[in-house]
Design a protein around this ligand. Structure first.
Ligand code: GTP
Ligand code: NA
Ligand code: MG
Length: 407
């Protein structure tokens, strides 16, 4: 099923790791090391994805929340990551979210590279970390295993070239290809409603070339590509495979993880989108309870919600504290998270009552489930209970809500 017109394309990399182990710093360091001065001036704020060049070869990175984009796309079957980089702080070692990331990375079947970050610190102990990782099935090559561990420092820039060279070596083996002449197919990494621009979506092109003027469909959204803005903030005319751009011209905001496709005509794009919309409406109708999370997300996107209340229940104290502290770190300029109640134990009727009586409140459970009678009460009160067994997925959902793009 190989396309005879496919040619080599750059690898797409997702960086994941425990909180504060330096994912964002590492991405910044890579970008700073590889972007020329003049170009850097054009970078103003958060960019969902970008491409750098190493030895004349391009590499595309998906920026934070990398794990959100990653698990969201995997949920939707939109797998765009070619290589996973697990960041572990060499002075801190394997932590709960490192384990979750290892699990996600292994499940994905993608090649893994470990970046041992914070090597500039005196307390860095790479051998200890290697031992911890090996215990969880991530065995270093220099210990006879099959995973490259690259010592780096996002602070000093040490090891960045090594990391990029490792990525290129890994990519070479993968023989990644795409056909630049095919009809464009791209994955949405993040999306939002922007003043003056309307719905915008940062996409990574998977196949074909996305061009200004293309008639496109993206889930239930459709439109004609009016503008493409690259990761330097410059207007461009087309986007090649594995490259990224902010796409302007859709009639509504598509969710992250959605696929954008070029169609033959405006008519075809519109028909496809309408069919999809009808399908989603039917799916929604067949659900017994209305998902108020979607309403809250819409309110956040429209700037109508200033505080998102949370009731949180977990199985053990450790995860309660971890989730509470992670939630308090999630932020959006306009919306604050207010944990109105939290505790260890199952989701009870009084939790449901509390959420039902609080405006704009979500009920989250971690490794706990509601009983049948609690579920029945929730249904009656229109309370949406969200349960998780992976902290990342919980945080991803809330992050998605805060960015107004709950899946
Ligand atoms: P979250 O996105 O919150 O999960 O964190 P992160 O993994 O993106 O970590 P971030 O880049 O925010 O870094 C966390 C802290 O570690 C910051 O204070 C950084 O300055 C510091 N840090 C990151 N990399 C290094 C490093 O290589 N050396 C040292 N000394 N500090 C680092
Ligand atoms: Na951080
Ligand atoms: Mg970060």
């Amino acid at each position: 099923d190989e396309d005879p017109n496919a040619v080599e394309r750059p690898p797409v990399i997702t960086i994941m790791g425990h909180v504060d182990h330096g994912k964002t710093s590492l991405l910044d360091a890579i970008r700073n090391a590889k972007v020329t001065e003049g170009e850097a001036g054009g970078i103003t704020q958060h960019i969902g994805a970008y491409t750098v060049s190493q030895d004349g070869k391009d590499i595309t990175f998906i920026d934070t929340p990398g794990h959100a984009a990653f698990s969201n796309m995997r949920q939707r079957g939109t797998d765009i990551t070619d290589i996973v980089i697990i960041v572990v702080a060499a002075d801190d070692g394997v932590k709960p979210q490192t384990l979750e990331v290892i699990k996600l990375a292994k499940e994905s079947g993608k090649p893994i590279i470990v970046a041992l970050n914070k090597m500039d610190k005196e307390t860095a102990n790479p051998d200890l970390v290697k031992g911890q990782m090996a215990e969880h099935g991530i065995s270093p090559v220099d210990w006879g295993g099959d995973i490259e561990f690259v010592p780096v420092s996002a602070k000093t820039g040490m090891g960045i070239d090594d990391l990029l060279e490792n990525i290129l070596l890994t990519a070479e083996v993968l023989e990644l290809k795409a056909n630049p002449n095919a009809k464009a197919k791209a994955a949405v990494v993040e999306s939002s409603l922007e003043k003056g621009r309307g719905p915008v979506a940062t996409v990574i092109v998977q196949n074909g070339t996305l061009k200004i003027g293309d008639h496109v469909v993206c889930g239930a959204a459709y439109g004609r590509v009016k503008a493409l803005i690259n990761d330097m903030g410059k207007n461009i005319k087309s986007v090649a495979p594995s490259h990224t751009a902010v796409t302007v011209g859709l009639n509504e905001v598509p969710p992250a993880g959605e696929i954008l496709m070029a169609m033959d005509s405006d008519k075809e794009a519109k028909e496809y989108a309408l069919k999809r919309k009808e399908y989603e409406r039917n799916k929604e109708l067949s659900k017994s309870t209305k998902s108020s999370l979607e309403d809250m997300t819409a309110m956040i996107a429209e700037g109508k919600l200033k505080s998102l209340k949370v009731v949180l229940k977990t199985d053990v104290h450790g995860s309660l504290e971890a989730i509470k502290s992670s939630l308090s770190e999630l932020r959006n300029e306009e919306v604050k998270i207010d944990i109105i109640s939290s505790g260890v134990g199952g989701i009870t009727e009084s939790d449901v009552e509390l959420v039902a009586n609080s405006e704009n409140c979500v009920l989250l459970g971690f490794n706990v489930r509601p009983t049948g009678s609690v579920k029945a009460l929730a249904k009656q009160k229109n309370v949406d209970i969200r349960t998780y067994s992976i902290i990342y997925q919980l945080l991803d959902d809330i992050t998605m809500m805060l960015t107004g793009m709950m899946a």
